[in-house]
Write a protein of this length. Structure first.
Length: 276
């Protein structure tokens, strides 16, 4: 299966790696590292060389408690970089945003995928995404980034996340965004405590019932830190283990900070899957 990301095909027949490129001062793992164009471009080149199949550019941190970023500031952070990356790199560029103006401008600059933690729920986002014509990743999040980790509760986290995503797929279909343009993300760490995240990961195969490719982001997250008693920079091995579990259970794309190690792991997963 190929996903058409603005005429740059993304092969989803085997698990692929999405490299994270945050152009923010406050992201939980790499905040401040890639604010200037030169290091950001160098990092993107490195991730592609290491095997990243797509680069995800974000201009607003969505970590718990992060400050909101204005539209103009996000545009200034994201759009020039997307334009540079799209002009130079052979892989699709994704824009991690919920703002309609940023969606439109980033796609006009060369982005081939919209990655929205709000699943196109903000005012005007659904219409903007439909107009761009590019694929969209719909993520589950309870609440909003500033408050989402304040005592999240679920009766059945798997059923509730699946129901939310199914409802957003139906909304997209009505708006003219066909299923061939959609990816789904259960939203690990977004309005979920560690037991919820573990339950979602254990039952990830159940999401196949929705019939759409899954994008999973577990890289360096607090769940891994809590399980390993590890700082953000000490979570490589746990992150790779989580990525392998996700891919084995059907994730089409894993979104990560540590590209080379994860690409190597995905090659093993793909080889074993082919042998079955």
């Amino acid at each position: 299966m190929f996903l058409d990301c603005a005429d740059r095909p993304l092969d989803l027949s085997t698990p692929q790696v999405m490299g994270i490129l945050n152009v923010t001062p406050d992201s939980f793992s790499d905040g401040g590292s890639y604010l200037r164009p030169e290091p950001a471009l160098a990092r993107a080149r490195q991730m592609v060389a290491e095997g990243a199949a797509i680069i995800d550019v974000g201009g607003e941190s969505t970590r718990p408690g992060a400050a909101a970023v204005g539209e103009q500031e996000e545009l200034e952070r994201v759009v020039p970089l997307v334009e540079m990356l799209a002009a130079e790199l052979p892989v699709p560029i994704s824009v991690d945003t919920s703002k309609p103006a940023v969606m439109r401008a980033a796609v006009a600059a060369g982005a081939g995928l919209i990655n929205d933690v709000y699943a196109l729920r903000l005012s005007g986002a659904l219409e903007a995404a439909a107009e761009t014509g590019v694929p969209v990743c719909l993520m589950h999040m309870r609440g909003e980034p500033r408050t989402m980790q304040e005592t999240p509760q679920y009766g059945d986290v798997v059923a509730e996340v699946m129901a939310f995503l199914a409802q957003r797929v139906a909304v997209c279909d009505t708006a003219g965004i066909g299923r061939e343009r959609l990816l789904l993300d259960p939203g690990f760490g977004f309005g979920k405590a560690s037991p919820h995240n573990l339950m979602l990961l254990r039952h990830l195969t159940e999401f196949s019932a929705l019939g759409l490719p899954l994008l999973v982001g577990l890289s360096r997250k607090s769940m891994i830190g809590a399980l390993l008693d590890a700082t953000v920079q000490e979570r490589l091995h746990g992150s790779v283990a989580a990525a392998v579990i996700a891919a084995w259970q059907g994730a089409a794309i894993v979104r990560v900070h540590d590209v080379k190690a994860t690409v190597d792991a995905m090659k093993i997963v793909a080889a074993v899957q082919r042998s079955v």
